[in-house]
Design a protein around this ligand. Sequence first.
Ligand code: FES
Length: 95
Amino acid sequence: MVTIWVCVGSSCFLRGAPDVIKAFEAEIERRAPRQVELKGTFCQELCTMGVTVRVEGKVFTAVKPDDVPRLFEEEVVPLIEGGCERSCDASLGDS
Ligand code: FES
């Protein structure tokens, strides 16, 4: 299971996190249902660069809904196809 974290802190929320979440939900449903988990997270201290998204250990900033298909293709699909050899269980809750 690959986990995508979308910051839902106040700044990212105002910068469009709900729309980014909807875009990820659509992409997951279309391309990899039951293989990707989408979670919200609190502020990642990158507020001026939000919306902040984390795919396992990698952080992406200024993410817009239009970026989601490319991000999914380039960052999430390889993790699914690779069997998530990296530390897919890395949790933001620990940072
Ligand atoms: S609110 Fe998202 S990084 Fe701070």
